[in-house]
Design a protein around this ligand. Sequence first.
Ligand SMILES: Nc1ncnc2c1ncn2[C@@H]1O[C@H](COP(=O)(O)OP(=O)(O)OP(=O)(O)O)[C@@H](O)[C@H]1O
Ligand SMILES: [Mg+2]
Length: 310
Amino acid sequence: MSNLAAAIKVGERYQNALLEYLAAPEETALLGGYDLGRRALSEGLGVLELATIHSSAVATALNCAPDGDERERFLSTHTAFFIEALSPFEMGHRAFRDANAILRRMNDMLEGQAKRIAYALHSEAGQLLASLHMELANTARDLPPEKTTHLTKIRETLLEIENRLRNLSHELRPPVLDDLGLAAALALMAQGVSSRWGLPVIVTVDLKGDLPAVIENTVYRTAQEALTNAAKHSGANRAEVRVRQSDRKVVCSVRDDGNGFDDTGGLRKSRPGLGLTEIKERVGALGGIVRLARNGDRGTDLRIEIPLDI
Ligand SMILES: Nc1ncnc2c1ncn2[C@@H]1O[C@H](COP(=O)(O)OP(=O)(O)OP(=O)(O)O)[C@@H](O)[C@H]1O
Ligand SMILES: [Mg+2]
């Protein structure tokens, strides 16, 4: 059913139920308001639509009211019916907030686990591999040179394993976030992008204190992906990362002056890549939003907003 058809259908029932309640304002009639609120919710109507239905039902009821006293009574009682009709929306909203809080706690928990696994991969496995290297070096010393060739191969494989473990641990949680904090970590990452791709990047961070680890991680990953995209795809001459805290949210925007998404080389004809999808998933999991817009006349402005508490 279309929204309009649903609104008309709910509206008719609402009208009758309200008239019934106004004629005899009792508990059973009041519950009719609650049922209609539930019905409106399940038909996909919003609070504003319900308010419109209510006000037109009140207007009709007033027209039907025979005299001044009756109209006064209607005016003082209709609000209770409206509140009752709104209560399913309020309950839905509370359930949404609770679900978000649970999601946030789960995210924190996963972030903690990722941190521990990253540490185990980086430090503990790293140390074991380092002692294996020493053992190999000792063994090689006792062997005649012609027999050390396959040891060299083992050493190369070990180095490869070390490399992979390090990359994996950095992917799980960039250690630089714990070592330096978000602002310095972003500055360092931007420096890396500048020197690798020749793209000058300005970083500005204006925060009121430390952020939860999971939000720091998301901001860091977003900036990393957006800057890499700017360097790889946009042909920009400069880029800028700005992180700030406003009211109860964190806002991070990454802007470039490249070819943007309004010409042939830009986002509009782009294939869906993994990078932007991952940003949307990460930010969405924290109840935040991602916006891609044009940066003035030229380039791209990728902006994320993450609520600090829900
Ligand atoms: N700053 C930008 N300026 C212009 N085009 C962009 C910009 N960022 C992304 N794009 C376009 O959007 C596409 C999708 O980006 P996305 O990051 O999702 O994937 P990718 O960078 O191509 O690959 P991946 O991130 O998976 O390595 C890119 O291929 C590119 O065409
Ligand atoms: Mg990308």
